[in-house]
Design a protein around this ligand. Sequence first.
Ligand code: KG4
Ligand code: ZN
Length: 343
Amino acid sequence: MIILGIETTCDETGLALIEFKNSRFRILNHKLRSQNNIHSVYGGIVPILAAREHKKNLPILYQQLIREINFSEEKIDFLAFSNGPGLPPSLISGKEFVIDLANKLNVNIIPINHLIAHFYSVLINKNKLNIWQKIKTISLPAIGLLISGGHTLLVYFESLDKIKKIGETIDDAIGESLDKSARILGLEYPGGPKLEKLAKKGRPIFNLPYPLMATKNFNFSFSGLKTAFWELVEEIKRYKKLDEVTKADLAASYQKTAFEILLIKTKMADEKYKPKSLIISGGVAANYYLRKMFIKYFGKNKIIFPVKSLATDNGIKIAFSGYFFKDESILPANLEVHPNLKI
Ligand code: KG4
Ligand code: ZN
């Protein structure tokens, strides 16, 4: 069976062709076009520009995807499409392309929840284990922590298809907060990876607040942290120039505080639910400092991270998730997008 996965929920245009045979899978080809250079000048994603780019790039990338490997498109069995949550204009651009292609190829569409696909990305292993064997390596029940540009949530996995949300951010997502604090330091969008690089050279010497830590629930808040950071930077600027050393110390302090907030709430969830494993996914899970911090506390056998290159948005995780949801495929005419889709 061959599934074409398509990702257009935000600002990455991702396509991937995956073949599934005898419970194993093979990525035949994939394409990912980032729009960072377009949005970086605005300091964040401009939804209407993101949609325009998806519309322009989808047919180009699709042609490259199949031509590069001399693939005949009639072999595609399903289109897996991430239909939410995401930016409405981006989702609509993707939807139009997917419906046209599904009609042309006469195949059904598998709608994929982008959040679930982030979690399932940890199953995409490099050493090509049998999919079901890989699943068995994840001990259940598990706690899932999704940390991305649009989402910060904790979930409880009774099984891989029985997922319950136990906490989420009440304001900014962690990735959004890293992007905003990076911008305060003059770094371009997306700031998360740039802040990580700068933080490596600094020391976490500045104290910042830990919002919502006294509450017993598993919700997060990052907007107060970002405001406190902005005030701190403004105060420093009043009496001295923001030199590279101070910037690096500020980056290290922000990153450490933001990740400790994630760690504290995850520890609380671990104490209450006593899971056997911890699945951490989403763009921010690409961060090496965060990985080290969580592994130090939970031990490396309990935590499952995606391969670093698959932590951020891509078409591979959508095609891969399609395999698990193929029984829920629909006719192209029935496809809807859900900008606020939940778990
Ligand atoms: O999962 P993702 O690609 O998109 C959403 O679903 O939102 O996550 C994007 C987010 C951005 O906020 C980006 O700054 C952050 O992930 N990110 C990182 C790193 N790489 C990407 N944050 C911290 N460290 C990184 N290395
Ligand atoms: Zn994502």
